[in-house]
Design a protein around this ligand. Structure first.
Ligand code: ADP
Length: 338
């Protein structure tokens, strides 16, 4: 088993965009009982990249995660990890990947060190090399001074970091994490993301994270955005937001938003759309350069019809709306999230 990725270690940052992909997802289709969960999804993940799979509930993230972690075979298409086919050569793929599932897999009645000791044995590591690796990896995840304490005395964030260390113990080239910050408070979430960045930079692993949180997606080097099983966007967060160009204006219409959209479009020749959802007061959304200059004329043109106006720089949610025509969150999900 290779201890590190020589190809990655030798490659400079400038060559990474053209380097051989660490993961290659090729035209994957997955159906459950005939129902589509992934619909011709393709993308590559580069060496030492922090890559996000972003999508709302039901978009296919977990399905793709399970295919990449060799737990499921896709209906069609294939995924290669370090050149090995996840369906045809799962044992070789498993040696290349570390996996952190949503459900906790550490034993709380053991210390952090003991958890890793047992994990090491599963991978055929023993004695002083294993001891050295445990010390090294617990240091990386900021737990060196707590390694002899029982995991049950740890905070949620610390227990997750033991999971990370477990996933990394056998020097995988790729770390796959399924919604790793679920159940963590905002401080522990930020910490965990910092550790993921450290692991990418210092261990040179490629980190693939599924998330439904925009603020987490913002931290990724690149993103694949999924919606209803389809890849709707691929790029760096900055690239994706730039594609919208200009600003996003949101208006709360007092009356019929549909009619207001038509009249705004006719009068100002801009692309306006209803972000309909009655409880939100019929919002109208406009993408426009220099949005602030447009506001005065707009409010004056439709007296009494506009209750509130906001102008903002595009977010990743705007990218999602731009690509799919609908919001990322349903209203119920948004309430549950807060
Ligand atoms: P996400 O992780 O983004 O929430 P999933 O991959 O879990 O998305 O789900 C994608 C689609 O596949 C959804 O429509 C979901 O209902 C369906 N699905 C997921 N798992 C199963 C399963 N075991 N059997 C049948 N349908 C499933």
């Amino acid at each position: 088993m290779p201890s590190k990725l020589p190809a990655i270690a030798e490659a400079g940052p400038e060559s990474e965009s053209t380097a051989t992909p660490v993961i290659s997802v090729q035209d994957i289709v997955h159906r459950y009982n005939g129902r589509s969960a992934l619909d011709h999804v393709s993308f590559d993940v580069r060496p030492a990249e922090l890559f996000g799979l972003l999508g709302p509930n039901g978009s296919g993230k977990t399905t793709l995660f399970r295919i990449l972690s060799t737990l499921m075979v896709p209906t069609a298409g294939r995924a290669l990890i370090m050149g090995f086919d996840t369906a045809k050569d799962p044992a070789a793929v498993r040696r290349q990947i570390g996996v952190v599932f949503q459900a906790q897999s550490v034993d709380e009645k053991l210390t952090a060190y003991e958890n890793l000791w047992h994990q090491g044995h599963l991978y055929g590591l023993h004695g002083s090399p294993l001891k050295a690796r445990i010390n090294e990896i617990l240091d990386r995840v900021g737990l060196a001074d707590r390694m002899k304490e029982l995991v049950e005395t740890f905070s949620g964030g610390m227990a997750r970091r033991v999971e990370l260390a477990k996933g990394l113990l056998h020097h995988p080239s790729v770390l796959l994490l399924d919604e790793p910050t679920t159940g963590l408070d905002p401080g522990a979430r930020r910490d965990l993301w910092q550790y993921l960045q450290i692991l990418r930079d210092q261990e040179r692993v490629s980190v693939i994270v599924t998330t439904h949180l925009m603020e987490e997606a913002e931290r990724c080097d690149r993103l694949a955005i999924l919606n209803e099983g389809k890849l709707v966007a691929l790029g760096t967060p900055t690239e994706l937001k730039h594609e919208i160009g200009g600003d996003v204006i949101l208006l709360d219409a007092t009356r019929d938003a549909e009619s207001l959209v038509q009249r705004i479009s006719a009068r100002f020749q801009v692309d306006a759309a209803v972000m309909g959802d009655k409880s939100r007061g019929n919002q109208v959304r406009i993408e426009l350069e220099n949005g602030h200059r447009f506001i005065t004329g707009l409010v004056e043109a439709f007296p009494g019809e506009i209750q509130a106006v906001s102008v903002s720089k595009p977010t990743l949610e705007d990218v999602f709306i731009h690509r799919t025509g609908h919001r990322f969150w349903t209203e119920t999900e948004e309430e549950a999230k807060n």
